[in-house]
Design a protein around this ligand. Structure first.
Ligand code: AMP
Length: 221
């Protein structure tokens, strides 16, 4: 499968699994949160417009996100396939994604929902660290870097995300329940949704994900 969407609450391990899956499947991760953080870091117009939403745990307006993701999906490296992480997050974005896929003449083959409980998610997010340079994700408890504070992949500095503070975490979980959970039903009704148990080590979940993706399925658009 080459066009995959990962769904899951903030802190469900989505970003980490996306990196692992891409390495195994040889397709790029198109992560809306990572793309936004890069835009904010370089103070582009989009980054400046998105910053206050991202830092308070609110959703960035659909038009900005859809245009950003469309540009990313049109890049040459995405022709061989991609894994979407963090987009779509609302039904309106899901409908926009359908139109983009139609224009590109491709379809989403699988929507993988990572299932974890809320207590676990809150614990995970407060011990999460990300690489300032490239967005690689670590967790002090479950997936620590080899050297404290330093990214294993590129030597970048590891930092706590601005939106991983407890009050913002609660806000993001609420936003997920309200806006993103309806997407589960949207994709379920099209027969492309598959559930993935998100408990266990990074490797265990990754093996499970690869297994789930290797099973034959119906297709969505
Ligand atoms: P993430 O790294 O996926 O947890 O995203 C971090 C933050 O970026 C979110 O809390 C939102 O503020 C913003 N964001 C990322 N993806 C989207 C999206 N598809 N729609 C709206 N806002 C988004």
């Amino acid at each position: 499968m080459k066009r995959i969407l990962l769904l899951g609450a903030p802190g469900s391990g989505k970003g980490t699994q996306a990196e692992g899956l891409c390495a195994r499947l040889g397709i790029p991760v198109l992560g809306s949160g990572n793309l936004l953080r890069a835009e904010i870091a370089r103070e582009s117009d989009l980054g400046t417009a998105a910053k206050r939403f991202v830092e308070s745990g609110k959703l960035v307006p659909d038009e900005l996100i859809v245009a950003m993701m469309k540009r990313r999906m049109e890049k040459p490296d995405a022709r061989k396939g991609f894994l979407l992480d963090g987009f779509p997050r609302t039904l309106n974005q899901a409908e926009s994604l359908d139109r983009i896929l139609d224009e590109l003449g491709v379809r989403l083959e699988c929507v993988l929902e990572i299932d974890v409980d809320e207590e676990m998610v809150i614990g995970r997010m407060s011990s999460r660290r990300i690489c300032e340079a490239n967005g690689h994700v670590f967790n002090l408890l479950t997936h620590p870097p080899k050297r404290s504070g330093v990214c294993d992949h590129c030597g970048g500095r590891l930092v706590t995300r601005a939106d991983d503070r407890p009050e913002t975490i609660r806000q993001r979980l609420e936003v997920y329940r309200r806006n993103t959970e309806p997407l589960i039903r949207y994709y379920e009704s099209r027969g492309v949704l598959r559930k993935l148990d998100g408990t266990g080590s990074v490797e265990e979940v990754l093996d499970r994900a690869v297994h789930v993706l290797s099973e034959p399925s119906e297709s969505a658009r």
